[in-house]
Design a protein around this ligand. Sequence first.
Ligand SMILES: Cc1cc2nc3c(=O)[nH]c(=O)nc-3n(C[C@H](O)[C@H](O)[C@H](O)COP(=O)(O)O)c2cc1C
Length: 416
Amino acid sequence: MAIDLTTSLTLPSSVSLPNRLAKSALSEGLGDRDQAPTPNLIRLYERWSQSGAGLLITGNVMVDRRALGEVGNVAVEDDRHLEALSKWAAAATAGNAQAWVQLNHPGRQAPRALNREAVAPSKVAVTGAPGVFGTPRELTSPEIEEVVARFAASARLVVDAGFTGVQIHAAHGYLLSQFLSPLTNKRTDAWGGTPQKRRRLLLEIVRATRAELGVHTPISVKLNSADFQRGGMTEDESVEVVLDLAAAGVDLLEISGGNYESTAFMGAADQVRESTRAREAYFLDYAERVGAAITAAHANLPLMVTGGFRSTAGMSEALHGGAVDVIGLGRPLIMEPDLPHRLLTGTADRALAVAPRPLRIKHLEGMGELLWYGVQLRRLGEGKNPDPKRHPLRNLPHYLKNAGMLGRSQQRGFAA
Ligand SMILES: Cc1cc2nc3c(=O)[nH]c(=O)nc-3n(C[C@H](O)[C@H](O)[C@H](O)COP(=O)(O)O)c2cc1C
Protein backbone atom coordinates (compact mmCIF):
# COMPACT_ATOMS: atom_id res chain seq x y z
CA MET A 1 0.00 0.00 0.00
CA ALA A 2 1.37 3.41 -0.93
CA ILE A 3 1.97 5.60 2.10
CA ASP A 4 0.44 9.04 1.96
CA LEU A 5 -0.25 11.84 4.43
CA THR A 6 -3.40 10.14 5.74
CA THR A 7 -1.78 6.76 6.49
CA SER A 8 -1.53 5.93 10.21
CA LEU A 9 1.79 4.94 11.76
CA THR A 10 2.36 2.49 14.61
CA LEU A 11 5.34 3.44 16.75
CA PRO A 12 7.66 0.94 18.51
CA SER A 13 5.72 1.52 21.77
CA SER A 14 2.66 0.32 19.80
CA VAL A 15 0.94 3.72 20.04
CA SER A 16 -0.46 4.86 16.67
CA LEU A 17 -0.28 8.26 15.04
CA PRO A 18 -3.51 8.79 13.03
CA ASN A 19 -1.67 10.45 10.10
CA ARG A 20 1.78 11.59 9.00
CA LEU A 21 1.56 15.29 9.86
CA ALA A 22 3.02 16.62 13.10
CA LYS A 23 3.26 20.06 14.61
CA SER A 24 6.91 20.48 15.61
CA ALA A 25 7.84 22.27 18.83
CA LEU A 26 7.29 26.04 18.75
CA SER A 27 8.22 27.84 21.92
CA GLU A 28 5.03 29.67 22.86
CA GLY A 29 6.39 32.01 25.55
CA LEU A 30 3.00 31.75 27.26
CA GLY A 31 4.03 30.60 30.72
CA ASP A 32 3.41 32.98 33.62
CA ARG A 33 5.92 34.51 36.04
CA ASP A 34 5.94 31.29 38.05
CA GLN A 35 6.54 29.24 34.85
CA ALA A 36 2.99 27.82 34.92
CA PRO A 37 0.85 27.34 31.76
CA THR A 38 -1.48 30.34 31.26
CA PRO A 39 -5.08 30.36 29.95
CA ASN A 40 -3.68 31.76 26.67
CA LEU A 41 -1.42 28.73 26.27
CA ILE A 42 -4.40 26.46 26.85
CA ARG A 43 -6.48 28.46 24.32
CA LEU A 44 -3.71 28.09 21.74
CA TYR A 45 -3.78 24.29 22.13
CA GLU A 46 -7.56 24.20 21.95
CA ARG A 47 -7.08 25.64 18.48
CA TRP A 48 -4.22 23.35 17.49
CA SER A 49 -6.09 20.28 18.77
CA GLN A 50 -8.45 20.88 15.84
CA SER A 51 -5.58 21.38 13.35
CA GLY A 52 -5.81 17.87 11.93
CA ALA A 53 -2.16 17.04 12.79
CA GLY A 54 -1.86 13.53 14.23
CA LEU A 55 0.87 14.63 16.64
CA LEU A 56 1.30 17.91 18.52
CA ILE A 57 4.68 18.49 20.14
CA THR A 58 4.62 21.38 22.62
CA GLY A 59 7.17 24.17 22.66
CA ASN A 60 10.11 23.49 24.92
CA VAL A 61 9.28 23.05 28.61
CA MET A 62 12.16 23.44 31.04
CA VAL A 63 13.17 20.71 33.48
CA ASP A 64 14.76 23.22 35.87
CA ARG A 65 13.22 26.60 36.74
CA ARG A 66 16.72 27.93 37.48
CA ALA A 67 17.61 27.38 33.82
CA LEU A 68 15.21 29.17 31.46
CA GLY A 69 15.71 29.59 27.73
CA GLU A 70 13.20 32.37 27.05
CA VAL A 71 10.77 34.72 28.70
CA GLY A 72 7.50 32.87 29.34
CA ASN A 73 8.90 29.31 29.43
CA VAL A 74 6.83 26.73 31.27
CA ALA A 75 8.95 24.73 33.76
CA VAL A 76 7.94 21.41 35.29
CA GLU A 77 9.90 20.03 38.23
CA ASP A 78 7.19 19.13 40.75
CA ASP A 79 3.41 19.00 40.93
CA ARG A 80 2.85 22.65 41.93
CA HIS A 81 1.19 23.47 38.56
CA LEU A 82 -0.55 20.12 38.07
CA GLU A 83 -4.00 21.67 37.63
CA ALA A 84 -2.89 24.08 34.87
CA LEU A 85 -0.79 21.34 33.26
CA SER A 86 -3.79 18.99 33.23
CA LYS A 87 -5.95 21.66 31.54
CA TRP A 88 -3.22 22.18 28.96
CA ALA A 89 -3.01 18.40 28.34
CA ALA A 90 -6.80 18.14 28.06
CA ALA A 91 -6.83 20.97 25.48
CA ALA A 92 -3.98 19.41 23.48
CA THR A 93 -5.59 15.95 23.35
CA ALA A 94 -9.16 17.16 22.69
CA GLY A 95 -8.95 16.27 18.98
CA ASN A 96 -7.49 12.78 19.64
CA ALA A 97 -4.02 13.67 18.40
CA GLN A 98 -0.99 12.45 20.28
CA ALA A 99 0.30 15.34 22.42
CA TRP A 100 3.90 15.19 23.61
CA VAL A 101 5.74 17.69 25.77
CA GLN A 102 9.16 18.73 24.56
CA LEU A 103 11.52 18.71 27.56
CA ASN A 104 14.58 20.92 27.49
CA HIS A 105 17.44 22.44 29.44
CA PRO A 106 19.06 25.48 27.78
CA GLY A 107 22.59 24.97 29.17
CA ARG A 108 24.70 27.91 28.00
CA GLN A 109 21.85 29.28 25.88
CA ALA A 110 20.27 30.69 29.06
CA PRO A 111 19.91 34.50 28.80
CA ARG A 112 21.56 36.43 31.63
CA ALA A 113 18.43 38.49 32.20
CA LEU A 114 16.45 35.39 33.14
CA ASN A 115 18.97 33.29 35.05
CA ARG A 116 21.31 33.75 37.98
CA GLU A 117 23.91 31.67 36.15
CA ALA A 118 24.21 29.43 33.11
CA VAL A 119 25.64 25.93 33.31
CA ALA A 120 27.11 23.83 30.51
CA PRO A 121 29.42 20.87 29.88
CA SER A 122 32.36 23.31 29.69
CA LYS A 123 33.14 26.98 30.13
CA VAL A 124 32.51 27.93 26.48
CA ALA A 125 30.33 30.99 25.83
CA VAL A 126 27.87 31.53 22.95
CA THR A 127 29.34 33.82 20.30
CA GLY A 128 27.50 36.30 18.09
CA ALA A 129 24.93 37.43 20.68
CA PRO A 130 26.88 40.00 22.70
CA GLY A 131 25.44 40.78 26.12
CA VAL A 132 22.67 38.18 25.92
CA PHE A 133 24.45 35.10 27.27
CA GLY A 134 27.21 34.95 29.87
CA THR A 135 30.08 32.49 30.14
CA PRO A 136 28.60 29.29 31.59
CA ARG A 137 29.85 27.43 34.64
CA GLU A 138 31.01 23.82 34.10
CA LEU A 139 28.57 21.29 35.55
CA THR A 140 29.92 18.91 38.18
CA SER A 141 29.41 15.18 37.78
CA PRO A 142 26.69 15.00 40.51
CA GLU A 143 24.92 17.92 38.83
CA ILE A 144 24.93 16.00 35.54
CA GLU A 145 23.35 13.02 37.33
CA GLU A 146 20.73 15.45 38.65
CA VAL A 147 19.96 16.63 35.09
CA VAL A 148 19.26 12.99 34.14
CA ALA A 149 16.87 12.62 37.08
CA ARG A 150 15.16 15.92 36.26
CA PHE A 151 14.30 14.90 32.68
CA ALA A 152 12.81 11.62 33.93
CA ALA A 153 10.88 13.35 36.74
CA SER A 154 9.46 16.04 34.41
CA ALA A 155 8.44 13.31 31.95
CA ARG A 156 6.54 11.48 34.72
CA LEU A 157 4.77 14.69 35.78
CA VAL A 158 3.58 15.71 32.30
CA VAL A 159 2.36 12.20 31.52
CA ASP A 160 0.53 12.11 34.86
CA ALA A 161 -1.06 15.42 33.84
CA GLY A 162 -2.47 13.78 30.69
CA PHE A 163 0.07 14.30 27.92
CA THR A 164 0.54 11.14 25.89
CA GLY A 165 4.32 11.23 25.51
CA VAL A 166 7.48 13.34 25.62
CA GLN A 167 10.17 14.58 23.32
CA ILE A 168 13.70 15.11 24.61
CA HIS A 169 15.27 18.17 22.97
CA ALA A 170 18.82 17.31 21.96
CA ALA A 171 19.04 19.76 19.05
CA HIS A 172 19.52 23.50 18.37
CA GLY A 173 22.51 24.01 20.66
CA TYR A 174 20.75 23.49 24.01
CA LEU A 175 22.31 21.53 26.88
CA LEU A 176 22.10 18.00 25.41
CA SER A 177 23.32 19.24 22.06
CA GLN A 178 26.15 21.07 23.88
CA PHE A 179 27.20 17.74 25.40
CA LEU A 180 27.18 16.10 21.95
CA SER A 181 29.35 18.75 20.29
CA PRO A 182 33.15 18.75 20.64
CA LEU A 183 33.05 22.57 20.26
CA THR A 184 31.16 22.98 23.52
CA ASN A 185 32.03 19.77 25.39
CA LYS A 186 35.71 19.92 26.33
CA ARG A 187 35.38 17.54 29.28
CA THR A 188 37.82 14.70 29.80
CA ASP A 189 35.81 12.83 32.47
CA ALA A 190 33.03 10.24 31.96
CA TRP A 191 30.89 12.83 30.09
CA GLY A 192 33.28 13.97 27.36
CA GLY A 193 36.53 13.37 25.50
CA THR A 194 35.21 10.70 23.09
CA PRO A 195 32.03 10.58 20.96
CA GLN A 196 30.68 7.78 23.21
CA LYS A 197 31.18 9.84 26.34
CA ARG A 198 29.73 12.98 24.74
CA ARG A 199 26.51 11.11 23.97
CA ARG A 200 26.32 9.44 27.39
CA LEU A 201 24.12 12.18 28.91
CA LEU A 202 21.49 11.92 26.17
CA LEU A 203 21.42 8.12 26.35
CA GLU A 204 21.18 8.08 30.15
CA ILE A 205 18.27 10.51 29.95
CA VAL A 206 16.49 8.29 27.42
CA ARG A 207 17.06 5.22 29.60
CA ALA A 208 15.93 6.95 32.80
CA THR A 209 12.84 8.35 31.07
CA ARG A 210 11.97 4.93 29.63
CA ALA A 211 12.36 3.36 33.07
CA GLU A 212 10.00 6.01 34.46
CA LEU A 213 7.34 5.84 31.72
CA GLY A 214 7.41 2.13 30.85
CA VAL A 215 7.37 0.67 27.34
CA HIS A 216 3.94 1.87 26.15
CA THR A 217 4.44 5.65 26.35
CA PRO A 218 6.16 7.25 23.36
CA ILE A 219 9.54 8.91 23.83
CA SER A 220 10.91 10.98 20.99
CA VAL A 221 14.27 12.72 20.57
CA LYS A 222 14.95 15.82 18.47
CA LEU A 223 18.49 15.69 17.14
CA ASN A 224 20.64 17.84 14.89
CA SER A 225 21.86 16.24 11.69
CA ALA A 226 25.00 18.31 12.19
CA ASP A 227 25.86 21.59 13.85
CA PHE A 228 26.72 23.35 10.58
CA GLN A 229 29.86 24.67 12.28
CA ARG A 230 33.49 23.73 11.71
CA GLY A 231 34.60 21.48 14.58
CA GLY A 232 30.99 20.82 15.70
CA MET A 233 29.19 17.46 15.76
CA THR A 234 29.55 15.90 12.32
CA GLU A 235 26.97 13.94 10.35
CA ASP A 236 29.01 10.75 10.86
CA GLU A 237 28.91 11.20 14.60
CA SER A 238 25.20 11.96 14.64
CA VAL A 239 24.47 8.74 12.68
CA GLU A 240 26.18 6.81 15.50
CA VAL A 241 24.04 8.66 18.04
CA VAL A 242 20.93 7.65 16.07
CA LEU A 243 21.86 3.96 16.14
CA ASP A 244 22.35 4.10 19.91
CA LEU A 245 18.98 5.85 20.28
CA ALA A 246 17.34 3.11 18.21
CA ALA A 247 18.86 0.48 20.51
CA ALA A 248 17.60 2.44 23.54
CA GLY A 249 14.01 2.12 22.31
CA VAL A 250 13.18 5.65 21.10
CA ASP A 251 9.83 5.85 19.26
CA LEU A 252 10.37 8.73 16.87
CA LEU A 253 13.52 10.59 15.96
CA GLU A 254 12.98 14.15 14.76
CA ILE A 255 15.76 15.53 12.60
CA SER A 256 16.66 19.21 12.57
CA GLY A 257 19.90 21.21 12.61
CA GLY A 258 21.72 24.33 13.80
CA ASN A 259 21.75 26.42 16.99
CA TYR A 260 21.67 30.10 18.05
CA GLU A 261 25.04 30.67 16.38
CA SER A 262 23.88 29.07 13.13
CA THR A 263 20.12 28.90 12.55
CA ALA A 264 20.05 26.13 9.93
CA PHE A 265 16.76 24.85 11.39
CA MET A 266 15.10 27.97 10.01
CA GLY A 267 16.65 27.36 6.58
CA ALA A 268 19.31 30.10 6.79
CA ALA A 269 20.38 30.55 3.17
CA ASP A 270 24.11 30.27 3.83
CA GLN A 271 23.79 27.01 5.76
CA VAL A 272 21.48 24.90 3.66
CA ARG A 273 22.84 23.37 0.45
CA GLU A 274 21.19 24.46 -2.81
CA SER A 275 20.45 20.81 -3.74
CA THR A 276 18.70 20.44 -0.39
CA ARG A 277 16.63 23.59 -0.85
CA ALA A 278 15.49 22.28 -4.22
CA ARG A 279 14.01 19.29 -2.37
CA GLU A 280 11.86 21.56 -0.20
CA ALA A 281 12.87 20.14 3.19
CA TYR A 282 16.31 21.06 4.54
CA PHE A 283 17.40 17.76 6.09
CA LEU A 284 16.16 15.14 3.62
CA ASP A 285 19.58 14.00 2.37
CA TYR A 286 20.58 13.31 5.94
CA ALA A 287 17.31 11.50 6.72
CA GLU A 288 18.01 9.14 3.81
CA ARG A 289 21.47 8.46 5.17
CA VAL A 290 20.14 7.78 8.65
CA GLY A 291 17.29 5.66 7.30
CA ALA A 292 19.79 3.47 5.44
CA ALA A 293 21.92 3.09 8.59
CA ILE A 294 18.86 2.12 10.66
CA THR A 295 17.80 -0.47 8.08
CA ALA A 296 21.33 -1.90 7.87
CA ALA A 297 21.32 -2.26 11.68
CA HIS A 298 17.93 -4.06 11.50
CA ALA A 299 16.60 -1.45 13.93
CA ASN A 300 13.15 0.12 14.17
CA LEU A 301 13.24 3.89 14.62
CA PRO A 302 10.69 5.96 12.67
CA LEU A 303 11.99 9.33 11.43
CA MET A 304 10.30 12.71 11.48
CA VAL A 305 11.87 15.46 9.42
CA THR A 306 11.15 19.12 10.13
CA GLY A 307 12.24 22.24 8.33
CA GLY A 308 11.05 23.66 5.02
CA PHE A 309 8.08 21.43 4.13
CA ARG A 310 5.40 23.55 2.47
CA SER A 311 3.56 21.54 -0.23
CA THR A 312 1.70 18.22 -0.34
CA ALA A 313 3.82 17.34 -3.37
CA GLY A 314 7.07 17.85 -1.37
CA MET A 315 5.69 16.02 1.66
CA SER A 316 4.38 13.07 -0.38
CA GLU A 317 7.66 12.78 -2.25
CA ALA A 318 9.52 12.57 1.07
CA LEU A 319 7.14 9.88 2.38
CA HIS A 320 7.34 7.89 -0.85
CA GLY A 321 11.15 8.04 -0.69
CA GLY A 322 10.79 5.68 2.27
CA ALA A 323 13.23 7.29 4.70
CA VAL A 324 10.76 9.79 6.20
CA ASP A 325 7.82 8.54 8.25
CA VAL A 326 6.43 11.78 9.68
CA ILE A 327 6.42 15.32 8.27
CA GLY A 328 7.09 18.05 10.84
CA LEU A 329 5.57 21.49 10.34
CA GLY A 330 6.54 24.54 12.37
CA ARG A 331 6.00 28.08 11.05
CA PRO A 332 3.12 27.11 8.71
CA LEU A 333 1.05 26.02 11.74
CA ILE A 334 1.48 29.46 13.28
CA MET A 335 0.23 31.30 10.23
CA GLU A 336 -2.45 28.67 9.34
CA PRO A 337 -3.41 26.68 12.45
CA ASP A 338 -5.78 24.42 10.45
CA LEU A 339 -3.35 23.69 7.62
CA PRO A 340 -2.90 19.93 8.29
CA HIS A 341 -6.64 19.38 8.07
CA ARG A 342 -6.80 21.12 4.69
CA LEU A 343 -3.75 19.26 3.37
CA LEU A 344 -5.18 15.92 4.50
CA THR A 345 -8.57 16.55 2.92
CA GLY A 346 -7.07 18.02 -0.26
CA THR A 347 -8.69 21.45 0.11
CA ALA A 348 -5.20 22.97 0.13
CA ASP A 349 -2.05 21.70 -1.51
CA ARG A 350 0.47 24.04 0.07
CA ALA A 351 1.07 26.46 2.91
CA LEU A 352 0.64 30.17 2.30
CA ALA A 353 3.93 31.82 1.34
CA VAL A 354 4.26 34.25 4.25
CA ALA A 355 7.37 35.40 6.06
CA PRO A 356 8.41 38.51 7.92
CA ARG A 357 10.06 41.25 5.90
CA PRO A 358 13.86 40.96 6.36
CA LEU A 359 15.27 43.35 8.98
CA ARG A 360 18.53 43.74 7.04
CA ILE A 361 20.41 43.94 10.36
CA LYS A 362 23.35 41.54 10.55
CA HIS A 363 23.12 38.93 13.38
CA LEU A 364 19.49 39.87 14.10
CA GLU A 365 17.85 38.19 11.11
CA GLY A 366 17.36 34.74 12.65
CA MET A 367 16.37 36.11 16.05
CA GLY A 368 14.12 38.74 14.41
CA GLU A 369 12.25 36.02 12.52
CA LEU A 370 11.83 33.87 15.66
CA LEU A 371 10.40 36.85 17.51
CA TRP A 372 8.03 37.73 14.67
CA TYR A 373 6.57 34.24 14.90
CA GLY A 374 6.59 34.47 18.70
CA VAL A 375 4.39 37.55 18.52
CA GLN A 376 2.04 35.71 16.13
CA LEU A 377 1.82 32.88 18.71
CA ARG A 378 0.80 35.40 21.37
CA ARG A 379 -1.97 36.62 19.06
CA LEU A 380 -3.26 33.04 18.68
CA GLY A 381 -3.16 32.67 22.47
CA GLU A 382 -5.34 35.74 22.77
CA GLY A 383 -7.88 34.12 20.45
CA LYS A 384 -6.91 36.38 17.50
CA ASN A 385 -5.76 35.41 14.03
CA PRO A 386 -2.13 35.83 12.95
CA ASP A 387 -1.17 39.09 11.28
CA PRO A 388 1.00 38.29 8.25
CA LYS A 389 1.53 41.99 7.48
CA ARG A 390 2.97 42.90 10.87
CA HIS A 391 6.23 44.81 10.45
CA PRO A 392 9.12 43.02 12.24
CA LEU A 393 10.43 46.30 13.68
CA ARG A 394 7.31 46.43 15.83
CA ASN A 395 8.87 43.47 17.67
CA LEU A 396 11.84 45.48 18.86
CA PRO A 397 10.58 45.82 22.47
CA HIS A 398 10.00 42.05 22.48
CA TYR A 399 13.56 41.49 21.27
CA LEU A 400 15.00 43.79 23.92
CA LYS A 401 12.97 42.02 26.57
CA ASN A 402 14.19 38.58 25.51
CA ALA A 403 17.74 39.81 25.23
CA GLY A 404 17.53 41.14 28.77
CA MET A 405 18.03 44.73 27.71
CA LEU A 406 14.96 45.92 29.59
CA GLY A 407 14.94 45.90 33.39
CA ARG A 408 12.44 43.67 35.21
CA SER A 409 10.15 46.63 36.03
CA GLN A 410 10.03 47.66 32.35
CA GLN A 411 9.37 44.04 31.33
CA ARG A 412 6.29 44.00 33.51
CA GLY A 413 4.77 46.90 31.58
CA PHE A 414 5.54 45.37 28.20
CA ALA A 415 2.75 44.10 25.99
CA ALA A 416 3.40 42.58 22.54
C1 LIG B 1 8.82 30.83 16.94
C2 LIG B 1 9.55 29.51 16.87
C3 LIG B 1 9.77 28.79 18.05
C4 LIG B 1 10.44 27.57 18.01
N1 LIG B 1 10.59 26.88 19.18
C5 LIG B 1 11.14 25.63 19.14
C6 LIG B 1 11.21 24.85 20.33
O1 LIG B 1 10.75 25.22 21.42
N2 LIG B 1 11.80 23.64 20.22
C7 LIG B 1 12.28 23.15 19.03
O2 LIG B 1 12.79 22.04 19.00
N3 LIG B 1 12.20 23.85 17.90
C8 LIG B 1 11.64 25.08 17.92
N4 LIG B 1 11.53 25.78 16.76
C9 LIG B 1 11.96 25.15 15.49
C10 LIG B 1 10.78 24.43 14.83
O3 LIG B 1 10.35 23.30 15.57
C11 LIG B 1 11.17 23.93 13.42
O4 LIG B 1 12.25 23.02 13.56
C12 LIG B 1 11.56 25.09 12.49
O5 LIG B 1 10.60 26.13 12.58
C13 LIG B 1 11.66 24.59 11.03
O6 LIG B 1 10.43 24.07 10.57
P1 LIG B 1 9.45 24.91 9.58
O7 LIG B 1 10.26 25.23 8.34
O8 LIG B 1 8.28 24.01 9.29
O9 LIG B 1 9.07 26.15 10.31
C14 LIG B 1 10.89 27.04 16.77
C15 LIG B 1 10.67 27.76 15.60
C16 LIG B 1 10.00 28.98 15.63
C17 LIG B 1 9.74 29.70 14.33
